[in-house]
Design a protein around this ligand. Structure first.
Ligand SMILES: [Zn+2]
Length: 433
């Protein structure tokens, strides 16, 4: 029977070292059949800061499974990775060293990223070993390592050869904070406070004679604003993003909207900015909302993008890659989108063209890493076809066992919600070339 106080530090580090020296959890590669191996595909922790309790929780669950399988006599492959390429580790490097990547040439900045990540990775290793997880420390990898770069490049070529990859200059989801294109799965919905603004555009000319019966039907109390019929009349639209008005390229009405049908083929004048825009019809307009007339800007949302492509509209870029107003925004050039939003509403009000304004809570799409609302920018990016395989992905999901089961529902929603092919290119300094 040992006597004296239990010295946990000494005892634990002795055994942790012993497990490493003995390769206790090493995967016996030569002696095993990879087809019967129990492989644990660990999502490598992102090197974006120190490990936190979420990592402790996740790795203990994995470790329980790994140990259980070993006790059943199975060969267990349990590697460990460090996710140290791309946005997250670049941002860590910038904040750690108090620098901006723009101030360095690419290779210099990459070196700094490698140095900062190396320190954090050492800390990851120490912490994971101190927890006594049964990871195979002979099998570690970094997502920026030459090996992983090669696998990634080979996979890129493979998909290209299969015709499942394409490069397109088109509107892409863009994070103005990270100044890069991102994929749809990197976005999240956020509830935010905002305002709806009812803004009057000026009818320049109609496309045809108004249907007087339909216009008369439209004068009852269901409608807050009278139907525009004469040049100079108000065409009222509602928007939460008045800063996009300099980027307004057209208006739309629904093809079945008899009340507004005469506007189609006509033109309207944009308040404050003064440019004239065409009025078209499209069945993607929600007739039940507001006056039934909507504006299309390049770009406020997915529908704007669809209209831009379907009707071959002009491209007006009023917001640059860092969400700063461009020279197209005139007096508002150099303002942030938030500043421009307030300033433009004020000026529209001063011009007597703000009809109403009220507070709302609404959902905006943000980048999951920084909660910054995304924009849409026309840039050249690489995409992998995924939308045509949705059914296959769902079938594959049905063949798997899910713990807990509700995670399958989450997967299903995720696949059903895919609206974009997978954008795989990023505008980064430290990524996979
Ligand atoms: Zn971002």
């Amino acid at each position: 029977m040992p006597s004296g106080e239990y010295d946990s530090d000494a005892v634990e580090s002795k055994w942790q070292q012993q497990w490493l020296d003995d390769d206790t959890y090493a995967y016996p590669e030569a002696a095993t059949d990879p087809n019967t191996t129990f492989a644990i595909d660990t999502p490598p922790p992102t090197v974006s800061g120190s490990l936190h309790w979420g990592h402790v929780y996740g790795s203990i669950l994995q470790d329980i499974v790994a140990r259980f399988e070993r006790m059943q006599g199975n060969d267990v492959f349990y590697p460990f990775g460090y996710d140290d390429n791309g946005i997250a580790s670049e941002r860590l490097t910038e904040s750690e060293l108090g620098i901006r990547h723009q101030d360095f040439d690419r290779y210099e900045f990459q070196e700094q990223c490698r140095d900062v990540c190396a320190d954090y990775e050492e800390e990851f290793t120490e912490k994971m070993q101190a927890m006594g997880t049964s990871i195979d420390w002979n099998n570690t990898y970094q997502t920026i390592s030459p090996d992983v770069q090669r696998v990634s490049q080979l996979s890129f070529i493979d998909l290209y050869d299969q015709g499942r990859e394409y490069r397109k200059k088109a509107p892409a989801i863009w994070c103005p904070e990270c100044e890069t294109a991102i994929s749809q799965v990197e976005t999240e919905d956020h509830e935010e406070e905002s305002h709806f603004n009812d803004i009057a555009f000026e009818l320049v000319e109609s496309g045809s004679e108004p249907d007087s019966d339909a216009v008369a039907d439209g004068t009852d109390e269901d409608y807050e604003y009278p139907t525009p019929t004469e040049p100079g009349d108000d065409i009222v639209i509602s928007t939460t993003r008045p800063e996009l008005i300099p980027a307004c390229v057209s208006m739309f009405v629904h093809p079945d909207d008899d009340r507004n049908a005469h506007l189609v083929g006509g033109t309207a004048k944009v308040p404050v900015f003064g440019h004239e825009i065409p009025i078209y019809e499209d069945d993607r307009v929600d007739r039940e909302k507001g006056t039934g007339v909507v504006m299309c800007c390049t770009f406020g949302d997915q529908t704007d993008i669809e209209w831009y492509q379907a009707h071959d509209l002009d491209l007006r870029v009023a917001i640059d890659e860092s969400a700063t107003m461009t020279d197209l925004a005139g007096d508002y050039e150099g303002m942030s989108t938030e500043e421009a939003r307030e300033a433009i509403v004020e000026d529209i009000d001063d011009a007597g063209q703000l009809r109403d304004r009220w507070a709302i809570d609404h959902v905006v799409q943000v980048h999951e890493r920084d909660d910054v609302p995304v924009e849409y920018r026309v840039t050249e990016q690489w995409y992998v076809d995924v939308l045509d395989k949705r059914e296959e992905y769902l079938d594959a999901g049905r063949e798997m066992e899910w713990f807990p089961e509700k995670m399958f529902t989450r997967y299903e929603h995720w696949i059903d919600g895919l609206e974009w092919d997978w954008c795989i290119s990023r505008q980064r300094s430290s990524g996979i070339p």
